[in-house]
Design a protein around this ligand. Structure first.
Ligand code: RTP
Ligand code: MG
Length: 154
């Protein structure tokens, strides 16, 4: 790569319980590596209700929150720190829309089209901003650098 180490960004990817129980881990990791991400850290953990609620705290007032927490605690999740140029945007594009039915209809090559079911059980998560990436990476990886590599002004 001409750019070398500059201009790389980190995002938090997570395979949700339905992704693990459906045995999609290998296919998802294949898609990740084929799309030019490096997997720089990973861990498989079972969240309890308190941890899942904390992770999705921004949705605490939503009608789907209790159901979301139940879903996210129904089995282990596989969290990964992904790194590449524009990692946050590229990972959100690769997973596809929140509703897996919409993903199947309009983004057939997305990960949610491959392994998701509906607007809740959508098999993967991706950070939606630099701030949430930093927060979510430190949520799973205590000793991780919470900031991304700074861009060099060219
Ligand atoms: P995520 O945070 O998991 O990457 O998903 P997202 O940004 O695409 O969607 P978001 O609005 O942040 O919602 C978080 C998760 O809550 C569940 N959800 N259920 N029943 C529903 O209408 C509903 N809406 C969202 C999904 O699991 C979604 O990924
Ligand atoms: Mg979200």
């Amino acid at each position: 790569r001409i750019c070398g180490a500059v201009d790389r960004e980190r995002t938090l990817a997570m395979i949700k319980p339905d992704g693990l129980s459906g045995n999609y881990t290998d296919k998802i990791k294949e898609a990740i590596l084929e799309s030019g991400f490096d997997i720089v850290q990973e861990t498989v953990v079972l969240l309890d209700a308190e941890r899942a609620s904390l992770f999705y705290a921004e949705h605490a007032e939503r009608s789907f929150f209790d159901s979301l927490v139940k879903y996210m605690t129904s089995g282990p999740v596989h969290a990964m720190v992904l790194e590449r140029h524009d990692a946050i945007t590229h990972w959100r594009a690769l997973i596809g829309p929140t509703d897996a039915r919409k993903a199947k209809a309009s983004h057939p090559n997305s990960i949610r089209a491959m392994c998701g079911l509906d607007s809740e059980k959508n098999c993967v998560h991706g950070s939606d901003s630099l701030q949430s990436a930093a927060r979510e990476i430190s949520f799973f990886f205590r000793d991780a650098k919470s900031e991304t590599v700074e861009h060099d002004e060219l």
